[in-house]
Design a protein around this ligand. Sequence first.
Ligand code: PSU
Ligand code: MN
Length: 304
Amino acid sequence: MTDFHLRYGAEVAEALRAGRPVVALESTIISHGLPRPDNLRVARQIEQTVRDAGAVPATIGMVAGDLVVGLSDAEVERLAGRDGVAKLSVRDLAVAAAAGADGATTVAATSAIAASAGIKVFATGGLGGVHREASRTFDESADLITLARTPIAVVCAGVKSILDVGATLERLETLGVGVVGYRTHRFPGFFITDAGFTLDWSVDSPEHAATVLRAQREQGTHHGALIIANPLPEDEQLDRALHDRVLAEGLAMAERDGVAGKAVTPFLLAHFHSATQGRSLTVNVRIILRNADLAARVAVASAA
Ligand code: PSU
Ligand code: MN
């Protein structure tokens, strides 16, 4: 018999025991969201950014069937460098463990694992959401339903503009997931500073965000996530015309090639990175590092 482990990195285990601030990080952006070899360099930069802001990074993923909260540098390198790393949403975790697989966790899987490990804050790039044409394809990311039942703060740059942003916001409302803008009332569209939708609420500091999290816990309304939407400054976003052209092209290619299911998001991201000659990659990296920094500050404020 094999037994199925959930392992903690030593530093993360110690930080959790001591009540020090910890930030969960996902691994799908490393294995499926960013091209090699930049992905490994970026994964390390994300962790360093969290450290620089005073928190401990806990990158989550699966190595040979073991779920690891706080991958070592060698384990991050393994998930970044190999072919055949599976993209794992929540439903895949047990099956992949039984197969002894290597896998990268999505927002859904990472938040579920992080919350059960007692981690309160998670940084990512952008959430999954409702795809365009979802009324026909039913393609809605499991990120949404999972966030509805997972108590964690997720710092992100909204959802990617490849999705139906309005429908995603409607679903988050239905599912009872809190959404606040960070110093803005405009919901960001990942590569784009403003996706064209207004938010009811905003927070203006990490301490303010930490106060919301504490209020959720004290009210007992913390069964779902709090999304902290952190837009890129306007002068750092992807050029709008370039963005719109590449997106239209990518959607047409995905349709033509019959790309479906969990392959859709990686396909469109890879198309962006090649069709913009790396400009979307630069923007993508800035998004993740800014989110890692803010998440660490929220974790520090929450632990204080
Ligand atoms: N956003 C990014 N890059 C990514 C993803 C989101 O900027 O790689 C990944 C996240 O892991 C997210 C997943 O949870 O895509 C959503 O995939 P799907 O649409 O198949 O649920
Ligand atoms: Mn999907």
